[in-house]
Design a protein around this ligand. Structure first.
Ligand SMILES: Nc1ncnc2c1ncn2[C@@H]1O[C@H](COP(=O)(O)OP(=O)(O)OP(=O)(O)O)[C@@H](O)[C@H]1O
Ligand SMILES: [Mg+2]
Length: 336
């Protein structure tokens, strides 16, 4: 394969991309010099905590928002100069919206969108049926939109996202708020769209398991910057550290665990709360056994009891913790 072939396979290209918002409260830098390339047929994850810049990136690439500076191209077209050419070959959907016309059926909604794209009638019906079948939506197509559950509304959104036979699809949190089984079937569908049709899927999410399950590559983003970009397996491998998981009681206040981050051999930590059991689960990325021991001691000194603790293979969660020193949860509670 020569360089031209490699270039031809690049469907999304971003260089030095910056986006700033000026509001009454001051300026926010949502994207701070992002470089990224996505290839044909890839399911590419953009993973980061709340406020990282994921949605801003999707809005720019789908030509809903202009960059402040830098370059962004989709299928070789510049987002600022040729947005209409991009719109003809992409689609996008957000899991937060689940929008539809309440008083027409699911099929009616999809039909309406297919006609906005000018898809011939017979072809449109065929696509609606085929895509719906893949998502297990076929028996719900003739129900009014308002009567569908959240999961089925989201399936309608995901049929709509592929109705125009797009080359590149931007999905913003496509499984947010859905039950595990629904999320699994949606992930399978997304993967199939990339594999069978060579579509490029750019998936913004804060769900690590989702990235692990279906993304060929992932860019980890925090505060508008890409911290790492590779396959999930390679990111976990290069981390070269494992994590120590501890169930402790009582639940520490946010911030109480900060001293852990300063211990020798500790790359970072994150925690979550198990409300039912009244426990907090703390995950600490450590290098070597000595650090693990000092973590246990430090937690005891803070007045908590360690109910159980074990070592765990690195996941993407640990990769983020090692890069930032904090997990998503701590990041999202920071004030600055
Ligand atoms: N229109 C806007 N005006 C002002 N600030 C904005 C605007 N849109 C986004 N921001 C800010 O830009 C930053 C990035 O926001 P963005 O929505 O891209 O993050 P995100 O990664 O999608 O987060 P989430 O996981 O919560 O969806 C945040 O600090 C946000 O408050
Ligand atoms: Mg978002």
């Amino acid at each position: 394969m020569d360089m031209n072939d490699i270039d031809a396979a690049v469907t999304v290209r971003v260089n030095g991309l910056r986006r700033q918002f000026d509001s009454k409260e001051g300026k926010v830098i949502a994207l701070d010099g992002v470089d990224m390339q996505v290839r044909k047929g890839e399911v590419f994850g953009v993973l980061g905590p709340n406020g990282a810049g994921k949605t801003t990136m999707i809005r720019i690439l789908s030509t809903l928002l202009l960059p402040s500076s830098g370059k962004a191209e989709v299928m070789g077209f510049d987002v600022g100069k040729e947005p209409e050419k991009i719109r003809a070959v992409i689609n996008m959907a957000s899991g937060a919206e689940r929008a539809g016309y309440d008083f027409i059926t699911a099929r009616g909604n999809l039909w309406f969108f297919s006609q906005l794209y000018g898809i011939p009638s017979e072809e449109a019906h065929k696509r609606i049926n085929e895509l719906s079948k893949m998502l297990g939506l076929q028996n719900y197509l003739d129900r009014k939109f308002y009567a569908l559950s959240t999961g089925y509304k989201q399936r309608v959104t995901l049929v709509r996202a592929f109705i125009n036979d797009p080359k590149v699809v931007f999905l913003d949190e496509p499984t947010i708020g859905l039950d595990v089984m629904t999320a699994l079937s949606i992930r399978e569908y997304i993967l199939k769209q990339a594999k069978d049709h060579g579509r490029t899927i750019l998936l913004a999410t804060h769900n690590m398991a989702e990235v692990d399950a279906i993304c060929n590559r992932v860019a980890i983003i925090d505060k508008g910057k890409i911290l790492a970009c590779d396959t999930p397996a390679a990111l976990k491998r290069t981390l070269g550290a494992s994590s120590l998981v501890l169930d402790v009681s009582p639940v520490p206040t946010l911030g109480a665990l900060e001293p852990l981050g300063k211990l020798d051999g500790v790359k970072g930590y994150t925690s979550s709360i198990d409300e039912e059991r009244g426990l907090s689960r703390i995950q600490v990325v450590v290098e070597g056994d000595a650090a693990g021991q000092s973590v246990v001691e430090a937690i005891r000194k803070m007045g908590m009891t360690v109910m159980s603790n074990w070592r765990q293979q690195a996941t993407l969660e640990e990769v983020f913790v090692a890069l930032v020193g904090r997990g998503f949860r701590e990041r999202e509670h920071e004030t600055s």
